[in-house]
Design a protein around this ligand. Structure first.
Ligand SMILES: Cc1ncc(COP(=O)(O)O)c(C=O)c1O
Length: 403
């Protein structure tokens, strides 16, 4: 694709860092770059501790394990998320309890309350709520934390997508008992693959570190009392991460600039809005456009995506709701509280190019194509568009969704 959705941006700073770390010989797993990267992450997010690991999924897994979550227990998470959120819960032996989102795309706190009730009826102890800051908008962790507290559960956050964002001034990654971030290649900063657990709880951080390094006891010979994991980030990748982190503000500015351009587009085109609305605290990792007007069925996200693809522009639908994944289709095995909102967003939303590396001219071009497709539909469809498309092979219609 000529214009990608969210591609890495590496330049001289990263090249220098990689050359230096190789020249210094810090190739072996741990080294000073790992310390530097973790300290920089703490400084950026206001956390006391960061433990860098091999992926965001590993970070999610470890924060749950370190809190002692395991078989027979439930963890509430959104249905509108990447499968890794629920996978991490499943790795521990606990059961993901899927909850629908509100109009912003983030987990709906009212439905979280309902999920606690349903789990209580089913006799499943819920140990944690694991919300996701979807597409870089920080969820309402203040309210979610209050609900979790009231039910004696922990709040642990999947902040894989939200580094650099804030909510009421509080940085992403600072909410909850701990948070997991991702440095996967498509994220706002990347270490190629990587992640970190962020927390203010030293005991939790120590436990994460222990589990990430094969649960090796701190003695001269190899001594292991429990199963651990080979999850630690390498020193080489930490050097890349530190260089990327120094550029985070530039990446934020670029992605927010693209968001502003897409907002102008939405202001001028009927039936188009930005998922989550305008919020200058979002990191704008991905901008997602929502086709809103249930008028004549003329433009769908498929036609929009196909037109953009034909011109070399990458887009992506939002996550297939987890309760619609074959993996989680059985409500007996994966309980859920859903009301159709995630399904509606899946049918009506398209993530559009948001890379820091894209120029404003690239984004103008994307907006121009979208505008042309929408205005063509205006002529055909008497000024209105229709966006609800059939997309799932089974299941009820997305009724009950908030407007
Ligand atoms: C919401 C969410 N959770 C978890 C992950 C997993 O992160 P990773 O790919 O680094 O394992 C990702 C991204 O990949 C994500 O978007």
């Amino acid at each position: 694709m000529r214009i990608g959705l969210s591609v890495p941006d590496v330049g001289p700073a990263e090249q220098d860092a990689m050359s230096r770390v190789l020249a210094e010989g810090w190739i072996a797993p741990v080294g000073p770059d790992l310390d530097r990267f973790e300290q920089a992450l703490c400084a950026r997010t206001g956390r006391a501790r960061a433990v860098a690991v091999s992926s965001g999924t590993a970070a999610l897994h470890l924060q749950l394990l370190a809190a002692g979550i395991g078989p027979g227990e439930g963890v509430i998470c959104p249905t509108l998320t990447f499968v890794a959120t629920a996978n991490a819960i499943t790795y521990t032996g606990a059961t993901p309890i899927l909850v629908d989102c509100d109009d912003t795309g983030n987990i709906d706190p009212d439905l979280v309350e309902e999920a606690f009730e349903s789990a209580r009826h089913a006799g499943t102890p819920v140990r944690a709520v694991l919300p996701v800051d979807v597409y870089g908008k920080v969820a309402d962790h203040r309210r979610l934390g209050e609900i979790a507290d009231r039910h004696g559960a922990l709040l642990m956050v999947d902040a894989a997508e939200s580094l650099g964002a804030r909510r009421d001034g509080v940085p992403a990654g600072k909410h909850g008992m701990s948070a997991a971030v991702s440095f996967n290649g498509n994220k706002i900063i990347t270490t190629s693959s990587g992640g970190a657990v962020l927390t203010d709880d030293h005991a939790l951080a120590d436990r994460v570190l222990h589990l990430a390094t094969q649960a090796k006891e701190p003695v001269a010979h190899f001594l292991h009392r429990e199963v651990g994991y080979a999850y630690r980030m390498s020193n080489v990748l930490a050097a890349l991460g530190t260089a990327q982190l120094t550029r985070l503000d530039d990446f934020l500015a670029a992605r927010r600039g693209h968001r502003a351009r897409y907002t102008e587009l939405c202001d001028s085109v009927e039936s188009l809005r930005i998922l989550g609305g305008a919020d200058d605290e979002d990191n704008c990792w991905l901008t997602v456009l929502e086709l809103t007007d249930p008028g004549d069925q003329v433009v769908t996200i498929e036609t929009l995506a196909a037109e953009l693809a034909s011109q070399g522009i990458e887009t992506r639908r939002v996550f297939t709701p987890l309760h619609r994944q074959p993996l989680h289709a059985d409500p007996e095995r994966t309980p859920r509280v859903v009301n159709g909102t995630a399904e509606r967003l899946f049918a009506t939303c398209l993530a559009v190019p948001s890379s820091a590396r894209s120029s404003s001219r690239d984004i103008d071009e994307v907006c121009g194509i979208i505008e042309a497709v929408m205005s063509r539909s205006d002529r055909i469809g008497s000024g209105r568009t229709r966006s609800i498309t059939p997309y799932l092979s089974s299941g009820r219609s997305p009724s009950g969704a908030a407007a």
